[in-house]
Design a protein around this ligand. Sequence first.
Ligand SMILES: CC(C)(COP(=O)(O)OP(=O)(O)OC[C@H]1O[C@@H](n2cnc3c(N)ncnc32)[C@H](O)[C@@H]1OP(=O)(O)O)[C@@H](O)C(=O)NCCC(=O)NCCS
Length: 469
Amino acid sequence: MSDRPRLAQHEGARHSRIHGVGGYRPERVVTNEEVCTWIDSSDEWIRSRSGIEERRFAADDETVIDMAVSAGRDALEHAGISADQLGSVIVATVTHPFQTPSAAAAVTHALGAGAAAAMDISAACAGYCYGIGLADAMVRAGTSDYVLVIGVEKLSDFTDRTDRGTAFIFGDGAGAAVVGPSDFPGIGPTVWGSKGEDWDVIRNRESWIDLRDGAKGGAAPTEEMPWSYLTMQGQSVFRWAVYSMAPIAQQALDAAGITADQLDAFIPHQANIRIVDALVKQLKLPSHVPVADDIRHQGNTSAASIPLATRRMLDEGEVSSGGLALQIGFGAGLVYGAQVIVLPDPQTLPAPGQQTGITSSRGPTGYSGRPSAATPRTSVHEPKEHHMALSENEILDGLAEIINEETGLDAADVQPDKSFTDDLDIDSLSMMTIVVNAEEKFGVRIPDEEVKNLKTVKDAVSYIAGAQS
Ligand SMILES: CC(C)(COP(=O)(O)OP(=O)(O)OC[C@H]1O[C@@H](n2cnc3c(N)ncnc32)[C@H](O)[C@@H]1OP(=O)(O)O)[C@@H](O)C(=O)NCCC(=O)NCCS
């Protein structure tokens, strides 16, 4: 035995929970009509493809730090915790316009949180769920008593108003939560991960180095320097979110020891209402479970969207404090994180020792936080092996079934000469869900770039038949 002194280590609380949530919504409402003065689009197109009716933009002189401080104060007040009780402040953001120092350090100072540890995390639209996972671990490891987690974005600064693929999606805002010790498990195990092979499907267009060197051919910086707007391959992101996030959400339920019908709320990241609807369908969420739909009035506020929706649902009585909510964030990286939480309200939370139903990650499952080996790292609908090759007629029947299920169209109307868009009125997002279902059903792979060549039912049948052989 060495006679070296033995180290002391922190020991934390047995359990953690969210003590309060807060939000900040900028004043300026930007309607779809206004967006249509920047891009060739329509209110009807934006609503039907994304669910967005309006979004909010921060004022020119309103910063990420300003919005974070407002949401942080609101969360502290909701929790009944003072700023000087905070041991750490975590700010999840991808739009703080300084690489260094962190937004968190300035926010900590502005809140009067003394010398609390302060850091920013870059996990895009998963940032809030990552932050809650970190804060849960910190409280239970004893590195902080109370942790303030803030998701904040000023996406209007990084949105190219001439880009039809992104100009209508993003909004600004901030949401926050105070995480601290608890007598009961208030935060289920965090299921998180990444898919770095798709690193570039949502990204800043130029790096700082590109900007320094002049992105257009190495010229020295000039007044016409490009700006590093966000770019997105919408179809690829849609496919990933719709078909890979439902199993992650299910794993968060399983890890917490909860079933979908025991939930009091589903609060997914507000990326697109079509993604939310698809997740609800795949999780087989009972209709009595309220589902966040803040995308309609906030747009996609990235790291801020889940806490903003949580606070609104609590304020409007859509969900009750003490209830169980499943939250899942996903976005650029690609990265994702999910957990079941007990909704906060100091007055009505379960009494000490009372069971909430959640299993925490120190619980009997010994849950590691990583998706299980059974979780597909790419798509849940990867082609299955050992499919029998089918005739073109059998493929047509199978495709008609899928289309019927996805759109409600009569299967008999799905004939080879029909065009998906003009005759069957199937839009590009429904087309993507049909494609992924067809991949699973027929055991083939239909790459994103191939989908736009499938104009008629016959095109799809022939492609699938060829890909089978
Ligand atoms: C952004 C998104 C709504 C775009 O929808 P889409 O169907 O993929 O759009 P596409 O670029 O394939 O274009 C489809 C058609 O709509 C048209 N279109 C594209 N943008 C348009 C706009 N803003 N207004 C009107 N029409 C538009 C295209 O010209 C194309 O028309 P065509 O079929 O006649 O050629 C969708 O891809 C999406 O929501 N993806 C997920 C994004 C997301 O959630 N990001 C955040 C993740 S954190």
